[in-house]
Design a protein around this ligand. Structure first.
Ligand code: ADP
Ligand code: F6P
Length: 484
């Protein structure tokens, strides 16, 4: 076997992700406006920057007939955007059907039942093929391609066939299930095969990587072997190539939120938020996409119980919940929205008064400066997903607390729980446990807050998004690419 590409860590990878960092929004008069795309993947990769001009292959966020809308010209340091068109039919099969109707729930512990439909799989395969071709066209000879997330798990294998000269990395932003869940998917074998087209497969946590290993053992090519280096978790041979499996917890750029949160304008806004929420002793905050995995109802139920039991009193406690619209055409998402809004109404109906609701609910997307003001204003950030790949919101909160104030209540089932041990960790399926943690969080002394926050901030300072990308790309470029 001859190495065909020399190791190099200088070339910028071509990024391939379902979404471009910006989404086209129709204005009604036939023109298009561009706004930042939702979700942690875009937040992290946009903050990462890069050492040169990157190419980013992705969808512009709206279904189109024929060619995709032309994306905006790149900023000075921004990526060159290569749009991949997705038709209305493919939106229904690839995006809503297989990606978000089957894989999303399955990979999040099947908190709602996954929908299995062969037509969705056909759409998924077709769109993955299109992404693979676009990546093959965009990659320079011997270049590096970094494929992201559950929408594109067939791309590594397809791209390997089209461009065997490239190095291919794959990173999964969401959890990977174990074999008992994965066997519900009739196409599990094809997905494992697709992923094994990569030279390096990265997961957020050791648990997700172990789930992948259990799937390989039971539903794939057999159990993986030991890693080739201490920085990795497993290794295997595939068609005469080495495939590495590693754990790379994604992060944020803490300096970005630290800077935003310490601006005088942000701090003034934070004070204003506390005024407007009735100058509570305890201000709780939730910031999420309005997704059923995020456990928004669970935290509202915990708050309701504390009010019912008189352990927290209206006037003394207030909560802000910001929920970004997401996948709103899908039934489970509409149902979750209804449930969350009913829970908010119930609390406000029972414990609020005219001009003084307990829960201030926004169904909206906020800019980062506004988010930073909220992070700075809140005494407790409550992140209670039933399952989450990482949860960047809690890292943004910690980064915003240069004053060492505030407390974090965090689900044990978020990837971030493996890193942020000084959070108040909870079982989101148990409202009593969340309630107990909320009480502990609001009662902790300023010294205790500062101790916990300082430790979490120190962790983030060392483990930021730049370190994440560097570790992944160095592992990817560490070994020569070989062909059989
Ligand atoms: P996910 O990727 O599942 O949406 P994360 O917590 O990892 O979850 O990332 C969410 C990202 O979206 C964060 O960068 C966060 O700041 C952003 N975000 C979440 N809710 C809102 C909101 N209401 N307005 C603006 N940005 C939001
Ligand atoms: O980070 C998780 C993630 O699912 C991304 O993969 C996804 O792009 C994002 O959240 C937002 O979801 P959507 O692209 O469906 O709006």
């Amino acid at each position: 076997m001859e190495p065909i590409v020399e190791p190099s860590d200088t070339a910028e990878p071509v990024i391939v992700a379902n979404r471009l960092p910006v989404t086209a929004v129709g204005t009604g008069d036939g023109t298009v406006r561009w706004k930042r795309s939702p979700g942690g993947l875009v937040s992290a990769l946009s903050s990462r920057g890069g050492s040169g001009r990157t190419t980013w292959v992705g969808w512009a966020g709206t279904p189109s007939q024929g060619a995709a809308p032309a994306p905006p010209a790149p900023d000075r340091d921004g990526p060159t955007l290569v749009p991949v068109p997705i038709s209305a039919d493919e939106y229904a099969t690839y995006y809503e059907g297989l990606s978000n109707g089957a894989l999303w729930p399955l990979y999040h512990d099947a908190v709602v039942p996954p929908v299995v439909d062969a037509a969705h799989w056909d759409g998924y395969t077709r769109v993955n093929e299109r992404f693979a071709r676009a990546a093959a066209d965009a990659a320079p000879p011997g270049g590096t391609v970094w494929v992201h997330d559950y929408h594109l798990q067939l791309v590594p294998g397809m791209l390997r066939r089209l461009r065997p000269d490239t190095r291919i990395g794959f990173f999964l932003h969401i959890p990977f299930p174990g074999k008992d869940l994965m066997r519900r998917l009739p196409w599990a074998g094809a997905i494992l095969d697709g992923l094994l087209g990569a030279d390096l497969i990265g997961f957020q946590t050791a648990e997700h990587a172990d789930g992948f290993a259990s799937c390989l053992a039971e539903l794939g090519t057999g159990p993986p072997g030991p890693p080739r280096s201490a920085a990795l978790r497993y290794g295997l041979r595939r068609d005469g190539r080495d495939v590495d499996v590693g754990v790379f917890p994604i992060s944020i750029d803490p300096a970005e939120y630290d800077g935003l949160a310490s601006r005088p304008r942000t701090r003034a806004r934070a004070r204003e938020i506390r005024e407007r929420t009735g100058r509570p002793h305890h201000l709780l905050l939730g910031v999420d996409r309005l997704d059923y995995t995020k456990g928004i109802e669970a935290r509202l139920e915990a708050l309701r119980r504390l009010l019912e039991q008189g352990r927290l009193r209206p006037g003394e406690v207030a909560m802000v919940q910001v929920a970004t619209p997401t996948r709103s055409g899908m039934r489970e998402y509409a149902r979750t929205r209804r449930r969350v809004e009913e829970a908010v109404s119930r609390i406000n109906g029972e414990y609020g008064s005219v001009g003084a609701p307990v829960v201030h609910y926004l169904y909206d997307t906020l800019d980062r400066e506004r988010l930073a003001s909220l992070y700075r204003a809140a005494d407790v950030l409550v992140a209670t997903p039933y399952r989450d790949g990482m949860n960047l919101v809690c890292k943004e909160y910690v980064a915003s607390r240069g004053d060492l104030g505030g407390a974090l209540v965090l689900s044990r089932f978020a990837g971030a729980a493996a890193e942020l041990a000084e959070a108040h960790l909870v079982n989101p399926f148990d409202p009593a446990d969340i309630a107990q943690a909320l009480v502990r969080a609001v009662e902790q002394s300023p010294e205790e807050s500062a101790r916990r926050m300082a430790a979490m901030r120190a962790h983030l300072a060392e483990n930021d998004v730049h370190a994440w990308a560097h570790l992944f790309l160095s592992a990817l470029t560490a070994a020569p690419v070989t062909t059989p």
